[in-house]
Structures are given as structure tokens and as C-alpha cells.
Design a protein around this ligand. Structure first.
Ligand code: GLN
Length: 323
């Protein structure tokens, strides 16, 4: 053991320790932990590798390293993660934002630039805050049933100074959404709990041991919450509104049928970065052909209709008749 620990020697030591404790990415973990304790970016570590560490920095690193060796996700240890263009706080008891959910937001924003959006099961508030941050005049309503999620979402809204455009309500799905908001939203978006109960036991222990089951368990087929969200989304949206939902990769076809039966004839599926069907986009009315996103020509992502052509024609005729 060296007398004085430097950035270089502590990085090496933590990497070795975590490698012996089955961390799949021990170097990256070591960089995250040391950068957090030193209050710098990961790449900045390499600017001053001989910097000596202070006793309090070493003791925090010791605590962090032991926690990481037990499998605790890095995001919980450092208390933050990046999500799209923002940094959000994360805390135990609330799901850590995932890259799939960044794709959910992209897919929704390709469909609509919302002025009013509703985020159900907001968790950390990452979706709601991103929408408000990225769409400057967008007003967002966010709900969650969990005390911890509500507290964290409010903290993130405050920290990002989005208080004037993000409202957070505690309740089961849409229960706490003011009734006079019904029919006003351009976008209803959700990353609900969607892991089929039988799959929960097969998740990586870093997920199953540390992340809240309440935010993951979607019931037998992963669609328990989705089934309740769909009719609510229908009520909450205006006529041209878009419903965007993240789902379990094997559930998209069933989800599409549920949405179609609930009055959303136009649906589109979007894959996540790993190529799994992950997101369902559903609309009551077809998007103007002029506005279709570029990838709509790709067969995977084309609107699927369910006897909807007639309805679409009727809607088009009606709108043309108005002008
Ligand atoms: N994508 C998460 C996971 O597989 C699940 C998130 C959710 O249920 N909403 O761990």
C-alpha cells in the first residue's frame, strides 16, 4: 500500500477491488466514484493523476467502494445520473432512469411538440423535466403513487428551476390529475412498471436487490398498469393528442391491440437502442401526412391501422369541410 494515495493509485486500487467483487465494468465504476468524490468530470481525472487524496476523500471512497462491491448501482451511490440533456438526482426507492426512456422521449417528440404533457408514473421526474427543459413553452403535469418518487421528482423540478412549468401530483395513475385538465393534453407519456412478474426473479441482482419492485412489476403479462393507463390517456388527451408508452419487449403486440380497442386506431412501435420493440405510440387521429417523421417510411415504424382508414377519411373530410 502506498503511503500517499493519489488519483492514479486509488483508481487502480478500486478497479482491482471491484474486479475481484464481480463488477462487470470495474474501471468505469472506479472513475465514477473517484470523480464524484473529487467533484470533477471523469475525463478530468486524467489531468492530474498525481494529485494526493485527503483523508476525508479516502474515507468517502472507502464507503462508496464497499457499497459498489455489494452491487449497489453507481447512480444510487453518487445520487445522480444524466438523462438526455439534464442531470437528475436519483435515490433509493425510485427507479434509475434508463436509456430506453430517453428513446421514449425522442419518439414522443418526433410525433408532437407538446404544449401540454402528462407524465404518468414519473418516478424521478426525468421525463417530465426533460420535456419542460427541451420544449420551452411546454407545461407538464407529472404523477406518481410513491412518496419517495414524489419527493424526488419535486426536488428535480426545483433543482432544474422548472417549477413554473412542471406540476407534480401524488396519486394512483391519473387519480390526482385535476378534472378540468381532461381533454387538454397534446401528449400523455409513461414509463410504467412493466416487467412481467415471472421475469422479475431473472433480473440482474443489481436491479432486483436495489431498485423498487413497485416501479418494475407489471403483473402477469407486464400490462396490468398499461391496461388502466390506456382509457385514462384517452380521456386526458385532446383529439390530436399522442400517447407514448414504454413497455416490455414481448408485450407490444398485445399493447397495440389494447390501445386500438380503446379508441387509438393509429399506432406505431419504436425499438430501443438494443433493437427490442420497446415503445408504443398511439393516436386517436392520424398525423398529417406532411408532418410524418422521417422514419415513418420504414416498415417497422409505420403507422398501423385497424379499420381506421374510413375514420381517418371522415376526420380529414370534416377538417377540410371546416376551411
Ligand atoms: N427497463 C426497466 C428494467 O428492465 C424496467 C422499467 C419499468 O418497469 N418501467 O429494469
Amino acid at each position: 500500500m502506498p503511503q500517499t494515495w493519489t488519483v492514479r493509485s486509488i483508481l487502480q486500487w478500486i478497479e482491482g477491488y471491484l474486479a475481484r467483487h464481480n463488477d462487470k465494468n470495474p474501471r468505469l465504476s472506479a472513475q465514477w466514484l473517484v470523480a464524484d468524490v473529487l467533484g470533477c468530470e471523469r475525463l478530468d481525472l486524467y489531468l492530474d493523476m498525481d494529485r494526493p487524496l485527503q483523508p476525508d476523500e479516502l474515507s468517502r471512497l472507502h464507503d462508496y467502494t464497499v457499497r459498489r462491491a455489494k452491487g449497489e448501482p453507481l447512480q444510487y451511490i453518487v445520487g445522480a445520473t444524466t438523462f438526455r440533456k439534464i442531470s437528475v438526482r436519483v435515490a433509493k426507492g425510485v427507479l434509475i432512469p434508463r436509456p430506453e426512456t430517453e428513446v421514449l422521449v425522442s419518439a414522443a417528440l418526433e410525433e408532437v411538440t407538446p404544449k401540454r404533457a402528462l407524465d404518468l408514473c414519473t418516478g424521478s421526474g426525468c421525463i417530465a423535466c426533460s420535456l419542460a427543459y427541451e420544449v420551452p413553452d411546454c407545461h407538464v403535469v407529472a404523477t406518481d403513487i410513491s412518496d419517495k418518487a414524489i419527493e424526488l421528482a419535486k426536488t428535480n423540478v426545483e433543482a432544474l428551476k422548472l417549477n413554473d412549468r412542471v406540476e407534480v401530483y401524488q396519486g394512483d395513475l391519473g387519480e390526482a390529475v385535476p378534472k378540468d385538465y381532461f381533454g387538454t393534453f397534446d401528449l400523455v407519456i409513461s414509463n410504467p412498471p412493466y416487467v412481467p412478474t415471472s421475469v422479475l426473479g431473472t433480473l440482474d441482482h443489481e436491479v432486483s436487490d436495489f431498485e423498487p419492485r413497485l416501479a418494475l412489476d407489471g403483473g402477469t403479462d407486464g400490462l396490468d398498469l398499461f391496461r388502466r393507463i390506456v382509457p385514462f390517456a384517452y380521456k386526458a388527451l385532446n383529439e390530436n393528442g399522442v400517447f407514448a408508452c414504454e413497455l416490455f419487449e414481448t408485450a407490444l403486440e398485445s399493447a397495440r391491440r389494447i390501445a386500438q380497442n380503446a379508441g387509438f386506431p393509429f399506432t406505431r412501435m419504436v425499438k430501443d437502442l438494443a433493437g427490442h420493440p420497446r415503445i408504443l405510440i398511439a393516436r386517436k387521429t392520424k398525423k398529417d401526412l406532411d408532418d410524418l417523421p422521417a422514419q415513418a417510411s420504414d416498415s417497422e415504424n409505420t403507422f398501423q391501422t385497424n379499420n381506421a382508414t374510413a375514420a381517418h377519411t371522415a376526420v380529414k373530410d370534416a377538417s377540410e369541410a371546416d376551411v
